[in-house]
Design a protein. Sequence first.
Length: 445
Amino acid sequence: MTARRFPHEFTWGAATSSYQVEGAVTADGRGESIWDRFAHTPGRVAGGDTGDVACDHYHRYREDVALLAELGLGAYRFSVAWPRVLPDGTGPVNQAGLGFYDRLVDELLEHGITPFVTLYHWDLPQALEDSGGWPARSTAEAFAEYASTVAGRLGDRVAHFATLNEPFVVSHLGYRTGEHAPGRTEPDAALAAAHHLLVAHGLAVPAMRAAAPRAAVGIVLNFGATHPATAHPLDLEAAIVAHDQANRWFLDPLMGRGYPEEGARAWGWRRGEVADGDLELIAAPIDFLGVNYYTRDVVRSPALPPLPPPTKAPERTGMGWEVYPQGLVEVLQLVASRTGELPLYVTENGAAYPVDERDPTADPERVRFLARHFDAALTALEAGVPLRGYFVWSLLDNFEWAHGYAQRFGIVHVDFDTQERRLRDSARFVAHVARSGDPTPVTGA
């Protein structure tokens, strides 16, 4: 039998985000972000950790690009820090901050690595939050200005821009549950934020096309395989609502299908934020869509009693997330059912596991996790999903949001005391797959 392999032209890469890796939070005129404020608020982040230094990627980017090149990865997905470019969210451009991304893009291209740029990965300028944040429409308008600025500066060399990363997380964890910055617990504000994030995307797409006409423009959404806990009708109904609110809430409006009704009804959304023409604006054609996938969600109706623990506990990562590779096939097929032939990328997939203190480069659990998810991606590709690439999360151990530095997703181990980088076995496995297209783990990995 012929071994199953990814096509030669398939894109392999790794991903990071600005606040999680850059550090240098006051360097070269960078403004304060909501994550700076949040992380420095006692009790918000595990261990009192902050992203002040993180991986010091701002100063060590050449070393990190060299690691990508050593691994033979053809692409690097990173995000631009809005407060580095526009310290107050609007107004004069901070040329020194924007210059960092100039240098990073040039360094990548010199090593034959394609940059995939995300414009918003959660670090809103604090000045905009002080003016209302994402629940205010003015933030969406400011984002379009920012997106045009970055695309105009980098669009001669960057061929792929994503407007937003995981707007569900921004709105839900930032404004509904308060687990993420800015830490608000206001359900109505969360719904307004969700809509204005999509408006921001809709405003940014034509602005970016005008500034960088040769670049592809897309967006990155997170998905989970959503399953009812049992076949009970109430569990089925609860799963439908959860699926609407988590998986369809952003995807369907982007594809011109409007907001899912069951999810909207369950949230009691009055749609006061929706202006005439918004849905047409949001549904402007895009060139690709990024799919982030980590786990599945098994939904139990709150009207039913809790189920007893399973006789065999599911396999879980260090984050407590169930390892469920089949879910990647499911969400890719779900997305493709809406997007047709639109190119798709797995823009994040990975796992946190405890560090082996005897050998921090040994991570057999992560190798097995990635191998099974690579196989799932290949299964989806063979079934006709137009999947064009895969970005492992994450290149580096980093600041893992409210978990601080306690959870490590990196295929590269980072010693946060010395900033030493060391390739893990998972990094060598990803390099093997990128070179060969073969998702089977190498012997001994």
